[in-house]
Design a protein around this ligand. Sequence first.
Ligand SMILES: Cc1cc2nc3c(=O)[nH]c(=O)nc-3n(C[C@H](O)[C@H](O)[C@H](O)COP(=O)(O)OP(=O)(O)OC[C@H]3O[C@@H](n4cnc5c(N)ncnc54)[C@H](O)[C@@H]3O)c2cc1C
Length: 261
Amino acid sequence: MEIAVCIKQVPDTTDVKIDPETGTLVRDGVPSIINPFDEYAVEAALRIREELGGKVIAITMGPPQAVEALRKCIAMGADEGVLVSDRAFAGSDTWSTSYTLAKALEKIGPFDLIMCGKQAIDGDTAQVGPGIAEHMKISQVTYVQKILGCGEKTIQVERDVEGGYEVIEAHLPAVLTIDKSANEPRIPSMMGTMKALRREFVTLTASELDLEEGLFGMDGSPTRVKKTFTPDPRKGGRMLSGEMDEMLRELVGILREEKII
Ligand SMILES: Cc1cc2nc3c(=O)[nH]c(=O)nc-3n(C[C@H](O)[C@H](O)[C@H](O)COP(=O)(O)OP(=O)(O)OC[C@H]3O[C@@H](n4cnc5c(N)ncnc54)[C@H](O)[C@@H]3O)c2cc1C
């Protein structure tokens, strides 16, 4: 079983600060970590490899320092790590990020499974996993909360939905996005950590991928962010009391006053 795990390096959110002028994330001096959801994806991949054999390759698109996130995957037990990095990728939105990752996965693949985290804790869109599947035209199952079984041609999973779960069988190759209820990520061993420290990583640049002009980086990003702001804190609730008719009349009055009806 050949498995790729897409991982993202993110700022440690306990330390996140927003620039009041620009409304963007202040990244300078903020420690970076591997996106926590991606550790569940790595763990899920390692467990499948332990059962069925094969290889787990971690891949990240980001600046050169993103190799530190790859090191964590090697320390956990991944076989290899690949960095996709080029100045030409700056300004990529989720569409061009998933396009570029799809092309990189095609280059280093083929893979039976591509695992992603459910979402990144900074961008939070949960779009990159599904975007990769769409670009590669393969199956996808999002919000996977349990892997029930995996064979050579199909995988069976539980998928989280509001108020319950769905059991889904998908044909391989497939993209899965993994939720944190799927497993408990292992803590890297001392040996694994030492091995990861010495590891060199392959870097793929734009010219090494079969990218179509205008579909990657800023030029390939159709999203425009018009405004970023922190919402005002919610006002406290208001309790109504008395007879039902009385409360309903008061409620309608409040809704009219607030111009809701
Ligand atoms: C207009 C625009 C411009 C942007 N410009 C920049 C910029 O200049 N620099 C910048 O850093 N960001 C930029 N971004 C943010 C960038 O697009 C997102 O960080 C990126 O697409 C991932 O989206 P997300 O964080 O919502 O991830 P999600 O979709 O929530 O992530 C889900 C999963 O996808 C995988 N994944 C996500 N991102 C990566 C990755 N990079 N490598 C490997 N796997 C990944 C992980 O498994 C992750 O758990 C920009 C966004 C927009 C909209």
